[in-house]
Design a protein around this ligand. Structure first.
Ligand code: HCA
Ligand code: CU
Length: 380
């Protein structure tokens, strides 16, 4: 099968997230980090969207990154000419094919979509650039319409076709079925998937697309994008690490945390608590049953090794679910020798204290130390 390409569209889809804005310095920093991680494509907005976007594209292209810079462009001649006037490696064309977008967005019939797209694809190819065509809102499009459009654009010479779930309606099974159908029908081109997260399936759908034969998957850092966004880079990487590690061989997983941190900082938002890999507590274990097993062997409750991502595991002792095994372990780390009876008593006191509210790691250490001192003084 074709090698997996990861397309990051933080600078295009991501800035369509309400409140997002990346200045030139931030655009460059993000692109460099994405490149250091090892994404294959960096998608940028259309140069016609704003003068400073056009300038940013020039700067980004001049960085000499390994990742190919592609611009996201409507099937409009002036837009394509503006794109070709920049040094981008390729052009990602899109056109809504669903009844909803054809009625309420651009109002064009299928024949017209084809008539608009085909000469532009030929023009881009003739200019020696990469070209992809996406059927926007593919998963609400009539299947005959979708295939009619794809037949024509493949014939015109696109290198890849895109199937975006633009409204986040698809299920993994639907994605699997339609992607597989296209992969079988168009073996001569690549297949791209772009999954919105309106109903919470973006990562699942993106993995389903890969399994069904897609060779290019769209993500953004933290999953930012229109509305509640698309599949996140960290979420996709977590799945690939577990099930398709060969797809990550040339990528630097240690870049994920700095990337998520940096973009969160640009957005003035925290990293979401439930983000895969980089959430603040993604590797923190709490309940006694868990912490005991983790201290025996982290594999008990960890499928991702935090060290592979430059991150650290933590054991949270400061709750009423804390366990004696972990408490004894921490006491020993603090250089305190306790017998079994003392461990039981200390654990119970800690639990009782934590009934009033969780304790920070520092508060736990202070609690253990003062409990120990008190024991010693009463023993004397
Ligand atoms: C959008 C367009 C898009 C395009 C995806 C693509 C989508 O709504 O802004 O070109 O493949 O989700 O359909 O992001
Ligand atoms: Cu999108």
């Amino acid at each position: 099968r074709r090698a997996l390409h990861i397309l990051d569209t933080t600078l295009r889809e991501g800035e369509q997230f309400a409140g997002a804005f990346f200045n030139l310095e931030q655009q460059i920093a993000i692109a460099r980090m994405l490149d250091a991680f090892g994404v294959d494509f960096i998608e940028v907005p259309s140069p016609i969207s704003a003068p400073r976007i056009r300038e940013a594209i020039e700067h980004l292209c001049a960085l000499g990154l390994r990742a190919r810079i592609v611009t996201h462009v409507r099937c409009v001649e002036a837009d394509v000419e503006a794109a070709l006037a920049t040094p981008v490696a390729g052009v990602n064309l899109f056109y809504g094919t669903s009844p909803e977008l054809r009625s309420y967005s651009h109002g064009k019939r299928i024949e017209r979509i084809i008539a608009d797209a085909v000469p532009l694809i030929q023009r881009i190819r003739a200019a020696g650039r990469y070209v992809r065509f996406s059927a926007e809102d593919a998963f609400r499009s009539d299947l005959v319409d979708l295939l009619t459009v794809f037949d024509a654009v493949v014939e015109a010479g696109v290198e890849r076709i895109g199937l975006p779930d633009s409204v986040g309606i698809a299920t993994p099974r639907q994605v699997e079925r339609i992607i597989r159908l296209c992969a079988e029908r168009y073996p001569q081109v690549g297949i791209e998937f772009h999954g919105h997260n309106d109903s919470g399936c973006a990562i699942a759908n993106t993995v389903a697309a890969y399994e069904a034969g897609a060779d290019c998957l769209d993500v953004t850092v933290l999953g930012i994008g229109e509305r509640n966004g698309i599949a996140s880079l960290s979420g996709l990487v977590a799945q690939l690490y577990l099930h398709y590690p060969e797809t990550l061989q040339q990528r630097d997983l240690r870049q994920l945390a700095p990337l998520d941190d940096y973009v969160a900082q640009c957005l003035h938002l925290p990293i979401p608590f439930n983000n895969p890999i980089t959430a603040p507590y993604a590797f923190t274990h709490r309940a006694g049953v868990h912490t005991r097993a983790i201290l025996n062997n982290p594999r008990a409750y960890e499928i991702l090794n935090p060290a592979d991502f430059g991150l650290e595991r933590r054991v949270d002792l400061g709750s009423r679910f804390t366990g004696s095994h972990a408490v004894a372990h921490r006491a020993a780390e603090l250089g305190l020798q306790l017998n079994d009876e003392q461990v039981r008593e200390l654990t119970w006191s800690l639990k009782m204290r934590a009934e009033e509210g969780p304790l920070s790691p520092e508060a736990v250490d202070a609690f253990i130390r003062s409990w120990y001192e008190e024991q010693r003084s009463t023993a004397w």
